[in-house]
Design a protein around this ligand. Sequence first.
Ligand code: SF4
Length: 372
Amino acid sequence: MEWQNSAAPRRKSRQINVGGVKIGGDAPISVQSMTSTDTLDEEATLGQIRALSDAGADIVRVSVPSLEAAQSFGRICKSSPVPLVADIHFDYRIAIACAQNGASALRINPGNIGSAERIEAVCQAARDYGLPIRVGVNSGSLDKDLLEKYKDPTPEAMVEAAMRAAEVLEEHDFSDYAFSVKASELNLCVASYELLARKTDAPLHLGITEAGGLRGGTVLSSIGISWLLREGIGDTIRVSLAADPVEEVKVGWAILKSMHLRTRGVDVVACPTCARRGIDVVSTVRELEDRLADITAPLKLAVMGCVVNGPGEALRADLAVCGGKNGRCLIYEDGELQGKIAVEDVLEVLEKRVREKITRINSNIIKIQGNK
Ligand code: SF4
């Protein structure tokens, strides 16, 4: 459908490779998150990385605040199911240690990593181990001279900080980098990315930094990230929430799925319910989302309270249930009415049908591949 692709064409960016996950060019827009555990607690950190991977994170960033943490980071890298980016502030020696210890990329903030010589040293370590670098500019830690020049963190100041860091990397013939220019102020953040997108073909990592808690951060991140993606800007995203980072991954995927940029897992369409409902939509949706969280194949499920809008949504869903009369619900598959079931059987029947459908889709894919 034409309207599904009505966003601006994607900006042409060069490509980097983060431990096998490509970012930029024609690579799918990847979803990133970051651990919130103490990196020295290797078991907890690895547990969170696995949870993030299960939720769909393509790449996970780990903060490495000390040389001791760089040793833990190295051991974590060995067991991680996804590529890890080492996040380093202040001490360039930690970046070098992480490069040696198995990082798939380095993230530095040029505003606090120090002199050009130190950035150069990090650059050399990245080159030695074939790692890309993300230059992460943040409105809260701009160079003093830029703040003096621009008075405030402005898009121009943010972009100048990014380009300044890039110049240092380029002087060392190092072009394997991506940028982020994050701010917690939405308009500043979006304007900074828009300006930067016109100045470079490096891949862009999108995020609204320090966006807030689950609700506020989700709203702010969704507006900012989708605004830019709709302009064709952005190659990888990180939703930043003061919440369980697994939520960041879920929100990241919800953004990409809503914009028809990627597909993953079961999408549930549900009505807000009203007095007409013949099924408790809210609890049914909550329970189904939990039961079906392990599914990665894309599938659309509609849970509708009654026949006012239910049959219409069922037409556009792989499976649908619609509240009816006398404790009965209508069940649909591929838009076709299959029959009626009791309300109390809805969860069991829908879960079973979803899993059967996924199995059929997967076996058809295997058959098609076998016939090639
Ligand atoms: S589909 Fe029915 S129950 Fe749901 S909001 Fe609309 S009228 Fe109400």
